[in-house]
Write a protein that binds this ligand. Structure first.
Ligand SMILES: Cc1cc2nc3c(=O)[nH]c(=O)nc-3n(C[C@H](O)[C@H](O)[C@H](O)COP(=O)(O)OP(=O)(O)OC[C@H]3O[C@@H](n4cnc5c(N)ncnc54)[C@H](O)[C@@H]3O)c2cc1C
Length: 441
C-alpha cells in the first residue's frame, strides 16, 4: 500500500452501494484515482448476500404502505437497476418472477380495488384478479380456504428478483474493466482490507486500514450500519442526535407451493412488511416466508464482535434509550415487537406461530414443512432520531461533514443502488472540481 499516494476518492465498503459508486466513477467521471476498500474477500458478502435479504427489486406496486408519489420516484430510480441486470441476461444475477399483493376479506379487497385504479397508470402491466382468475394461477392459495372469504390480488407478471451480491461483484468487475481501458484512470480495489479509522489532516483524509495508511481528498463511507459507526467516531455533527435500531429479519424455508411472489396488505401503523412469500434465486424450487422482525444489538448479523461497534453508535445513550421507549410506547408496535422478538424466538413454539401466520397465504401449508433458515437474514440499520417526536425513521441517512460522506441506509434499500451510486458519484466529482457525464442522472 502506497501511503504517499493521494486518491481523489476512497470508497469504504463494497456492498451494492459502494460497488455501484465505484462503477459510476469509472463509467461517467473524469476523476483519475479512486480506491474501493472492502474487509471481506469479495463484494456483496454482508447485507447484499442473497441469504440475507429478500432479493426483491422493489417498485412500490405491491408494497401497500407507500403512496403513488413515492412509487413514482422509486419506480424511476429502480429502473436503473432493472436496466443493468436485464442487459446482462444472466439467470444467476436476476430472475423474471411474477408478483402480487393479495387482499383477504372485504376491507382489504376494497382497499386494493381503490389502489388498482390509482396505480394502474404507473404500472400498465398490473392486473386485478378475483377468486377464479387467481385460483387458476395459484391453486395452492385456495386449497383448504374458507369459501366465504373474499379474496383478490393485484398481479404484476413483470417482477424481478435480484442476487444483489452478484450485482455488487458485477459492478466492481465492470468498473475495473472500464478503468483499465482508460489511460487516465488508476482505479484500485482492495479486498480483505479493513478500515479501522479515518482522520482529517488539513484538506486530506487519512484512512487507517489493516494493510496500512491511505490518503484521499474525499472519503465515501458505504459500510452499511458501520457507516454510522464511523460517523459517530468522527463526531459528525449531523449524526450527534441519531442512533440505530438494528432490525434483523429471519425467514423460513418450505417446499415450493406457489409460483408468484406474494405480499399481503400491510398494516399502515406498522413500519415493517406483513408476512409474504419470496422466491429464492439460489434455489427456485423452494419457498421463503418472511419476515420475523427482530431487534439485535449488533451491526452485522451473527458477527458477535460487532456488538462492540453497536455500542459506539448508541450515544447519546440516555436520549437513545428514551427514543427506544417512545417507539415501544405505541401499543400496537409493542405487541408486534413482542410477537417477533419473544414468541417467534422460542424453539418449536416460534415455528408454530409463524406457520399459523404463513397459512394466511397457503391455508394447506403443513407445520412439518416450515423450517427456520438458520444463520441467514441480515440487519436493517433503521435510523432513530432522538430529537424527533416519532423517532423511528424508515428512510435513508446520508450524513456528511466536509469531504466525507456516510451512507448508512440506502433508500430504498438495494433496489436503487445504481441510481444512488450515480447521484453520489456526480456530487463528489463536482465537489472535487471534476466533470461528470451530462444527462446520466
Ligand atoms: C431482512 C432484509 C431483507 C431485505 N430485503 C431487500 C429486498 O428485497 N430488496 C432490496 O432492495 N433491499 C433489501 N434489503 C436491504 C438491502 O439488503 C440493503 O439495503 C443493501 O444490501 C445495503 O447495501 P450496502 O452496500 O449499503 O450495505 P452492505 O451490503 O451491508 O455492504 C456494506 C459493506 O461494507 C463493508 N464494511 C463494513 N465495515 C467495513 C470496514 N471497517 N472496512 C471495510 N469494509 C467494511 C462490509 O463488509 C460490507 O461489504 C433487505 C435487508 C434485510 C436486512
Amino acid at each position: 500500500m502506497d501511503s504517499s499516494k493521494i486518491y481523489d476518492v476512497i470508497i469504504i465498503g463494497s456492498g451494492v452501494s459502494g460497488a455501484a459508486q465505484f462503477y459510476s466513477f469509472a463509467k461517467h467521471s473524469d476523476l483519475s484515482r479512486v480506491a474501493l476498500l472492502e474487509k471481506e474477500s469479495q463484494a456483496g458478502m454482508i447485507n447484499s448476500m442473497p441469504t440475507n435479504n429478500s432479493q426483491t427489486l422493489h417498485e412500490w406496486d405491491i408494497e401497500t404502505n407507500y403512496d403513488l408519489e413515492k412509487a413514482k420516484s422509486v419506480k424511476l430510480k429502480s429502473g436503473y437497476t432493472r436496466a443493468y441486470v436485464t442487459e446482462k441476461s444472466d439467470p444467476k444475477l436476476f430472475l423474471q418472477w411474477p408478483k402480487m399483493v393479495m387482499g383477504i376479506g372485504q376491507q382489504e379487497c376494497e382497499f386494493l380495488e381503490k389502489r388498482f385504479e390509482e396505480f394502474r397508470g404507473l404500472f400498465p402491466t398490473l392486473e386485478k384478479l378475483e377468486w377464479e382468475a387467481l385460483r387458476e394461477k395459484e391453486p395452492n392459495v385456495f386449497k383448504d380456504r374458507k369459501q366465504w372469504e373474499r379474496i383478490m390480488g393485484l398481479y404484476n407478471p413483470d417482477g424481478i428478483t435480484v442476487n444483489y451480491s452478484l450485482l455488487a461483484q458485477s459492478l466492481v468487475k465492470d468498473g475495473q474493466g472500464i478503468a483499465k481501458n482508460d489511460p487516465n484512470k488508476e482505479y484500485e480495489t482492495h479486498f480483505g482490507t479493513k478500515v479501522v479509522d479515518i482522520t482529517k489532516d488539513g484538506e486530506i483524509y487519512r484512512v487507517q486500514t489493516s494493510d496500512g495508511e491511505m490518503k484521499a481528498k474525499f472519503v465515501s463511507v458505504c459500510a452499511g450500519a458501520h457507516s454510522m459507526y464511523f460517523a459517530k467516531k468522527a463526531e459528525v455533527k449531523e449524526a450527534k442526535h441519531l442512533s440505530l435500531l438494528c432490525v434483523a429479519g429471519n425467514f423460513y424455508y418450505t417446499p415450493k407451493y406457489i409460483d408468484t411472489k406474494i405480499y399481503t396488505v400491510q398494516d399502515p401503523d406498522l413500519p415493517f412488511s406483513a408476512v409474504h412469500w419470496d422466491p429464492d434465486i439460489l434455489d427456485p424450487n423452494r419457498t421463503r416466508f418472511w419476515p420475523t422482525t427482530r431487534m439485535v444489538f449488533m451491526l452485522e448479523r451473527h458477527r458477535y464482535k460487532t456488538v462492540f461497534d453497536f455500542f459506539v453508535t448508541l450515544p447519546p445513550v440516555f436520549k437513545s434509550l428514551i427514543a427506544y421507549l417512545k417507539i415501544m410506547s405505541d401499543l400496537k408496535f409493542a405487541l408486534y415487537a413482542f410477537k417477533h422478538n419473544v414468541v417467534f424466538q422460542i424453539p418449536w413454539v416460534g415455528n408454530y406461530y409463524f406457520w399459523r401466520e404463513a397459512q394466511k397465504i397457503i391455508p394447506s401449508l403443513k407445520y412439518s414443512d416450515v423450517k427456520l433458515a438458520k444463520w441467514q437474514g441480515g440487519v436493517r440499520p433503521q435510523i432513530v432520531d432522538t430529537s424527533a417526536k416519532k423517532p423511528l425513521s424508515l428512510w435513508e441517512a446520508k450524513l456528511s461533514a466536509g469531504n466525507i460522506k456516510f451512507n448508512v441506509t440506502p433508500s430504498p434499500w438495494a433496489t436503487t443502488c445504481i441510481f444512488n451510486g450515480l447521484s453520489d458519484a456526480k456530487e463528489i466529482t463536482e465537489t472535487l472540481g471534476g466533470e461528470f457525464e451530462k444527462g446520466v442522472v
